[in-house]
Design a protein around this ligand. Sequence first.
Ligand code: CA
Ligand code: CA
Ligand code: CA
Ligand code: CA
Length: 495
Amino acid sequence: MFMPCQMFKACPECPDEPTAQLVLDLFRGRGWSSDKTERMLTALLFLLCSFHSGKSQRCTEGFTYDFRSRRCIDVDECRTVLGACRGDMQCVNQIGGYLCLPQGLYSQSYARPESPSYTEPLYPDTSVDFPEFPAPPPVLPGTGSGPGPSYPIVGRPSAPCILGYTLGEDGSCVDIDECEAQSHQCNPTQVCINTAGGYSCSCTEGYWLVAGQCQDIDECRYGYCQQLCANLPGSYSCSCNPGFNLNTDSRTCEDIDECGTNPCSHGCLNSYGSFMCNCDEGFELASDGTTCIDVDECSFSDFLCQHTCLNTPGSFACMCPPGYYVFEDGRSCEDLNECESGNNTCTTAQVCFNFQGGYTCLNPLVCEPPYIELSDNQCMCSAENPACRDRPFTVLYRHMDLSSGRSVPADIFQMQATTRYPGAFYIFQIKSGNEGREFYMRQTSNVSATLVLARPIKGPRTVILDLEMVTVNNVINFRGSSIIRLTIFVSEHPF
Ligand SMILES: [Ca+2]
Ligand SMILES: [Ca+2]
Ligand SMILES: [Ca+2]
Ligand SMILES: [Ca+2]
């Protein structure tokens, strides 16, 4: 719509509207109707206005003519108009006008240097089409189709609103919601946020702006999680290693005190990220790491116990056969001396003889005729008795015990002549009882010999050996013998 006198209304000597309209109608009547024609008419009217107003007054309201520079310069109303703004409103000078802005709203972008030597062009040189015009009137910023900012001109109610605002129905400036109106320049990846007088483009949470695009933040790269991290579009997810729980902050991990749930059969030791079970003595940890199983000590060695090993939960016990007791070392078997302990069945007439693993009750010595009793363990056959001629002179009864399986050879019994005759010599031999040839006699001197166990002997067994000592005296042509009847109680066990 072409409205020349509205456009140049600020020109005080502008011809009245009907006159201008008349001129326009005149041109239109002649077929001059294009936009260019209208613009040319506008310029012409302006020229008319300018010539009509005289050379001293060529500036619009808000400007004053500077003779030195021969230009229209802005009037700083904030300095020249007393009480330009009321109350707390702050006066901000603008080119061709001024603003009254709330103190908080005032920002540097509205400000201009307070320097009095400010000589910038005081109105834009918009007249591309008419460069020859000496001083085109200032166009109030924002009123045209140009890109300039729009400011509310307080004090001039008819003026348009600043950029980002539009004139409401009630005449006030209301914010334009660029987001709603889809007039924003936000990138498709961005979110438009309307603000008073403008809008901002931002990325949603979990995204950031990289080269104008909202890109997912790789929170994992920045150590958002204490332990395990999985990056997600716009987000991330933290998790924890086994043995840890995610804290309520969803980022940090806390050690689980596994011992609180008694996972171990015996002892439990919590550790950072794990736990350890331990077992009481005599138990070992099973492969599951939590169960304690008994150690079978008996399987370690056959020599752990002298006789029998009995495994028990957490321990073991050595057992001994009847007739023995477990020694204080817990492993050896010691013979019970039934004769000393009185735990025997011998009568008072008998003599208790203890041996390894048992005992026996020896009956009183009975010497069979022609032998007569010489002492409680010796019988004698008198030389005067003809019946004794070819018999041993004395029979001495002795008893000994021998462990089964005793290592061989072993000296087990000593014989010695007690009576020595001048010129006599002695022969020691096993007269009977050695059918298995387990024993032999080794003469150790002229008057002594040792009974040697030559082969291992296994009990339980009682061996009765007649050990003979033959006395030979060739000088007096004497040959006689004495017997030791040795009873050997061979034990069942090798101890
Ligand atoms: Ca992410
Ligand atoms: Ca733990
Ligand atoms: Ca055990
Ligand atoms: Ca015994």
